[in-house]
Design a protein around this ligand. Structure first.
Ligand code: SR1
Ligand code: MG
Length: 423
């Protein structure tokens, strides 16, 4: 298959014929296509994902569709998101080696990426719903975020290189548009594709949509998201974009990558741990989840702590970009000045991440794209109770983010709200 052919979506039936001469794929899984086994496993909102197994191995073939899979062809979406995903993966691998799947082949015209089949990895969200406590995720994700966010910014890159990259990713307009609408605006009015657990949450939803402070805060955060092109973000770093085993963590699916504020990735990620925390009550059929709840709050603490420690380490050892130059601080014997500046940068990330986290919680309960943490709670009253608590938590951290000073304070708030008997 070459990039010059017109785009055509793959299918389980056609994949072997169409990719049977692809050198990278054959080198990985074997040339004898008659023995290839193909499965379509995509359960995300946008793309096709195939697992192809041959005599000598397996690979994943991910292909973008010209529309949003979740909604159908009434919502066209450009194929170029595959180009951004490919380029984001290459940068993430360079900046945080071993944190993403290996890429074997990219075909821009067919919008497909052939990459490493991660096995026996599972999607982190699924593991958390099952109540699995993965020991390394906080460390691995904290390191990934610190390395990619620091090394993709003007703290590290040559200004010329970063500006060129910024221009490249600036064309990821439609995917940014999805986030700008689905995350920051639609949840706060009666947008067409919104849904929520009804009628149980109707009253609370109306209250949140009438909450002026919340709406203003959501728009201030949208302003930061759109205007602060600080670093190359993953752009969709939730627990469905992470694959895990007991000892390995890989980030996948960076098709929403663009230059935005560091706090967005961190906030979105932590929001998904807090949502998992609030959803655990709905998954207690086979036993209490107290230990799981405690584990999730520990993961939040450790992720933030690892992120801060690694970011600080990179600040002290790799600060080669044009921001907070060493020539102004360390080279003048002013190490304290550099530490003071680091505190300011981390404080800004902290304040903004709380806002992004609160908004991410809201959009997963009030908007179009819900998450399985809550959706798999079959008892709708129980689901609504979990969701209501998460909504209340999200509102509090978004609106009061400037007055919250520690991760322990946030976790205490989460615990108090989670333990409330009625909401
Ligand atoms: C229409 S796309 C909905 C959501 O799915 C993706 O994973 C992103 O989170 C996006 O907001
Ligand atoms: Mg995705």
């Amino acid at each position: 298959m070459t990039g010059k052919l017109p785009f055509e979506a793959l299918s389980v039936e056609t994949l072997s014929t169409r990719l049977g001469t692809n050198e990278a794929l054959c080198a990985k899984i074997g040339k004898d296509t008659t023995g290839w086994k193909v499965r379509e496993v995509g359960d995300g909102n946008l793309n096709l994902v195939f697992i192809v197994e041959g005599a000598s191995g397996a690979a994943v073939v991910k292909q973008a569709l010209p529309y949003v899979r979740l909604v159908g062809d009434s919502w066209p979406l450009p194929l170029k998101r595959s180009f951004f995903e490919y380029h984001a993966l290459t940068r993430q691998e360079a900046r945080a080696p071993g944190s993403v799947p290996a890429i074997y082949h990219f075909d821009e015209g067919q919008a497909l990426i052939i990459m490493e089949y991660l096995s026996p990895h599972v999607i982190l969200r699924r593991a958390l719903i099952e109540g699995r406590q993965l020991p390394d995720i906080a460390r691995d994700i904290g390191l990934f975020m610190a390395r990619t966010l620091f090394r993709g910014s003007d703290l590290s890159m040559a200004a010329k290189d970063r500006k060129a990259d910024l221009a490249l990713f600036a064309d990821n307009v439609e995917l940014c548009d999805i986030t700008e609408n689905l995350v920051f605006s639609d949840p706060y009015f009666d947008a067409r594709m919104n849904r929520h657990t009804s009628p149980q949450l109707d009253g609370l939803v109306a209250e949140l949509r009438a909450d002026r402070d919340l709406k203003v805060e959501a728009q201030r955060l949208k302003h930061i998201f759109a205007a602060n092109a600080e670093t190359l973000l993953h752009g969709d770093l939730h627990s469905g974009s992470i694959m895990v085993t007991e000892s390995e963590t890989r980030m996948i699916d960076p098709e929403f990558a663009f230059y935005g504020p560091m706090a967005f990735d961190v906030g979105m990620l932590l929001a998904n741990f807090w949502m998992s925390f609030f959803s655990q009550r709905g998954h207690e059929q086979n036993g209490k989840r107290d230990a799981m709840r405690a584990y999730l709050l520990d993961v939040v603490v450790e992720t933030w702590s690892v992120f801060r420690a690694e970011f600080s380490h990179l600040w002290r050892t790799e600060r080669t970009g044009m921001l907070y130059q060493k020539s102004l601080f360390e080279d003048q014997g002013d190490r304290l000045g550099a530490e003071q500046a680091l505190d300011h940068v981390l404080h800004q990330v902290w304040t903004d991440l709380l806002g992004f986290a609160g908004i991410e919680v809201h959009r997963r309960i009030l908007g179009l794209a819900h998450n399985a943490d809550f959706e798999t709670i079959a008892d709708e009253d129980l689901r609504a109770t979990c969701e209501a608590k998460a909504l209340k938590f999200g509102r509090h951290i978004a609106v009061n983010r400037r007055q919250i000073h520690s991760i322990d304070e946030v976790n205490t708030l989460a615990t108090l709200i989670e333990q409330e008997s009625s909401i």
